[in-house]
Design a protein around this ligand. Structure first.
Ligand code: FMN
Length: 220
């Protein structure tokens, strides 16, 4: 099999973005809610998102800077307050999630625009999406600026968040005989994934490759 080599030094930022986001797929979608220092509530989707550590429970997001050198509102709010909440997106919420990626004029709320109901946070000030199957409440642990953007700021800031509370729709929590929570019904969460361009995928089509209990324990 022959491969064409595409050295990234010779590619524009746009070409590199298209290449990476077509190849590193599917990406989970963090529907991130924050509250600004002025109290304004913000909601926007981010697919440069991953869980990176279990002890302590940690996730990462990569938040772009705008071409005028300003951080996106989500990043500004996280840096100002140190808190955010990530709601997961299932197929019924996908259209509303997509609407909240619009760049809105100040004073316009993505919550109102997308007609999404907020539910109060438990360990952070930011609300989560009431109809989401699960949400992760996070406190900022590290913020790592990376690259140089067109507006003179960084290209992105990678944010690491310590997960302080996991919220799961109650009917999707698995319990033992004593009623203690032991896991979640992963298939019931139904998160959608982002592919390249305008494409998304569902996670309803699953297959198993079982591992031994010893192998399962290998994650950090
Ligand atoms: C599914 C999806 C995934 C996205 N992922 C990212 C991402 O990982 N990083 C990013 O900077 N922008 C991403 N965006 C674009 C932001 O959602 C968009 O710039 C939004 O307006 C930011 O809002 P804010 O200024 O309120 O933070 C994504 C958009 C969509 C629809």
């Amino acid at each position: 099999m022959s491969h064409t080599a595409l050295a990234t030094d010779g590619l524009s930022a746009r070409q590199t973005y298209r290449l990476l986001t077509s190849l590193v797929v599917p990406r989970p979608i963090a529907w991130v809610s924050t509250v600004g220092a002025d109290g304004a509530r913000n909601l926007a989707p981010f697919s440069y998102f991953q869980a990176v550590c279990s002890r302590p429970a940690t996730v990462m997001l990569s938040l772009g800077w705008r071409s005028d050198g300003r951080p996106k509102d989500t990043l500004r709010n996280i840096l100002d307050t140190g808190e955010f909440s990530i709601s997961l997106v299932d197929p019924p919420l996908a259209d509303a999630m997509h609407r909240t990626s619009e760049d809105l004029p100040p004073g316009t709320s993505e919550w109102d625009l997308a007609k999404v109901r907020p539910a109060p946070g438990r360990t952070v000030g930011a609300p989560h999406v009431a109809d989401a199957s699960a949400a992760l409440e996070c406190r900022l642990s590290h913020a790592l600026p990376m690259g140089r953007g067109r507006g003179g700021g960084p290209s992105v800031t990678v944010v690491f968040g310590r997960v302080t509370c996991v919220l799961v729709r109650s009917d999707l929590v698995l319990t033992d005989e004593a009623g203690r929570p032991v896991g979640v019904d992963a298939a019931g969460i139904r998160p959608v994934g982002r592919l390249g361009g305008a494409a998304y995928t569902s996670t309803d089509d699953r297959f198993d490759l079982p591992r031994t209990p010893e192998e399962e324990g290998g994650g950090a």
